[in-house]
Unconditional design. Structure first.
Length: 144
């Protein structure tokens, strides 16, 4: 009789231990799945942050290019025969401009702005300076 009780208890102990291992394995699987989801969310957020930063830098570079084009227009207003280059430096970037003289009062301004690694370029066409500066076009270009 003693042997029967021991077999019954041993079988029960093994069965209870298996349930514990199954529960532990279940917790580990659920924890690993939760960790994978959390990592996916974190990496997705990081990518979104980089994209937003890139968009912000691009907009800032365009603003810098426009600022240099405005500076070139001011140079032309101050000295109607102005032809040459110039630059501006900002806390978060810089810009360069070049005024190219055409026939008569025609002028072309090429300006580029840089913010971090983003570069934007604008080209401004002018067909008269006196009595007022007349801007024919103001376009963003991929390249000059």
């Amino acid at each position: 009789m003693n042997i029967v009780i021991q077999k019954h208890l041993m079988g029960r102990l093994l069965s209870d231990n298996n349930k514990g291992y199954v529960a532990l394995l279940g917790v580990l699987v659920v924890g690993a799945a939760g960790l994978a989801i959390a990592l996916g969310v974190i990496l997705s957020g990081t990518d979104s942050l980089r994209a937003a930063e890139s968009i912000e830098n691009s907009a800032q570079a365009r603003s810098f290019a426009n600022a240099c084009a405005e500076e070139a227009l001011q140079e032309i207003r101050d000295t109607t025969s102005f032809e040459g280059t110039g630059s501006l430096v900002f806390a978060d970037g810089s810009c360069l401009f070049e005024v190219i003289s055409g026939a008569g009062q025609d002028r072309t301004i090429q300006a580029s702005g840089t913010a971090d690694s983003a570069v934007r370029k604008v080209v401004v066409e002018i067909d008269s300076i006196n009595p007022d500066i007349n801007v024919v076009s103001w376009e963003e270009k991929a390249d000059f």
